[in-house]
Write a protein that binds this ligand. Sequence first.
Ligand SMILES: [Fe+2]
Ligand SMILES: [Fe+2]
Length: 274
Amino acid sequence: MITSILRISPRNPKLGWASHYNRFWFGGCPLKSNWMNALSTTFPHAERFFIETVKHYQDQITDPVLAEQVKGFIGQEAAHRVEHDRFNQLLKAQGYPVEEMEARVEKLFNWVRKNPDPEVKLALTCALEHFTTILCTEVLKTPTFHEPMQGDYKRLWCWHCLEEIEHKTVAYDVYQSINGSYKNRFVEIIHASVGLWLILISTMMAYQRHDGRLFNLRDWGVLITWGFIWPGLLTRLIPNYFRYYKKNYHPSHMHDQGLIDKWRERLGFNNRQD
Ligand SMILES: [Fe+2]
Ligand SMILES: [Fe+2]
């Protein structure tokens, strides 16, 4: 029985997307912006896959709290898909090879869909949700990972991150409700780790190439320092990343209700039922 009473419901982030934004919207930094642009490129197809894999088991869920949370999860991920699609259209308008990169993501998920075992596909969703949870927690927790973003870009990412943290337990609880195995969970976190980084790095490089900055050593120096040394976004993820390999892991072991309350307030979603 799921005991959490956290309400999960989709919201409209009310993004206007004025046209005056800087191309390098993440603090004027090309590679940080292109790193986030690459992440956004994966979302429309990834969110669709997450929804499909959870929906597959929707009729088998007997716990009423989890059944409600699944509806909220599907609604939130569908809204993320729509907003990242709009974001990706803006990238396309700036000439980035978005269609080509999205097609590669789609091809990868279509290949995964060929696996006849729905448990394996749900295990992949759980693994990718773990990545989004740990990344989003760090982005919201540490001002330097969100403050430099411009206007609606900041609102988009902070809204998405908030909802990822809100629904972090849902796919995993569905997986536990079907007695999903540790073996599949272990194998799929490995697949997710390799596949996600290959896609992200190659997409980021394609966008950097479009900007004529692929071999700009200063850009790479800034990104590597920011990601691995100081403030070290990726390095900070490592301890939470490895929690997933514990047999008794559960996403609720990471306590972040305070962070959720703070960001609900900050984004104007004060009412818990917003
Ligand atoms: Fe999402
Ligand atoms: Fe999610």
